[in-house]
Design a binder for this molecule. Structure first.
Ligand SMILES: [Zn+2]
Length: 245
């Protein structure tokens, strides 16, 4: 049986790792697992009208925030930044798509991961759904492929019934301790460009609303598990202390 102590987290944007599975990352790192993170987009479209943070500067800022967010979760391993243009994951040319899938395959191979955390495939956000599709393609080319667990970021915020998992999908709930939840909050808050008035020269810029932050800081992280995966075995092997339905 595989040890499941090498985890890879695939995040569409810098911050989705913390929002989707920050508590689980903190727990896994604390238990000695190796956690690697890959960010697919450059995150440079969140404040398109800012003069102080044009795309290059915003990308650099968001990468610094990502590294700091990971540090707060106990991860010192430098993440991988694929730098696909923010907002374009679902609209890549054939060549760009091939490169992105190959880059994800390289991450899977380089980390020799047992488990991959990636975005839920029917997320109501094109970069998230697009990342899920790229990851599914990369995983389909690996054999044996790591266990895939999906996290949702926007499903509970703006999702409709059509975005929800259909019959057959199991889910695995990780109940966070107060300490893990505090770590997760700290990691999300490291992304100051997204959660604070740091970039104040773009009235149309993205900003996480307090009520959305509250939704993301529930003390349970839910992961959707493909019906073909024995969720109970994954949970036991990960020592996550989860409930499965
Ligand atoms: Zn995102």
């Amino acid at each position: 049986m595989r040890s499941l102590d090498r985890l890879l987290v695939v995040a569409p944007h810098p911050d989705d790792d913390a929002i989707g599975c920050g508590g689980t990352i903190a727990r896994s790192a604390g238990r000695g697992a190796t956690v690697s993170v890959v960010y697919v987009t450059d995150g440079a479209a969140s404040h398109p009208n800012s003069k102080r943070y044009p795309p290059e500067a915003l990308r650099a800022l968001r990468e610094r925030e990502a590294i700091e967010g990971l540090r707060r979760l106990g991860i010192a391993t430098p993440p991988v930044f694929l730098r696909v243009p923010d907002g374009r994951v679902s609209h890549l040319s054939g060549r760009e798509r091939d490169l992105a899938v190959a880059a994800l395959e390289a991450c899977i191979d380089a980390t020799a991961c047992d488990v991959v955390f990636g975005p839920w495939r029917d997320e109501p956000h094109p970069d998230h759904a697009g990342t899920a599709a790229l990851l599914a393609e990369a995983l389909a080319r690996r054999s044996p492929s790591p266990v895939a667990l999906s996290y949702a970021v926007w499903l509970e915020v703006v999702g409709t019934p059509s975005n929800r998992p259909g019959a057959g999908w199991a889910h695995l709930d990780v109940h966070l301790t107060a300490e893990e939840l505090a770590c997760k909050r700290e990691a999300i808050m490291a992304h100051a460009s997204q959660v604070s008035p740091l970039i104040d020269d773009d009235p149309e810029g993205f900003r996480v609303l307090p009520e959305v932050l509250d939704l993301w800081l529930q003390p349970v992280e839910r992961f959707y598990v493909d019906p073909s995966v024995a969720a109970e075995r994954v949970s036991t092997a990960l020592h996550l202390g989860t409930t499965i339905r």
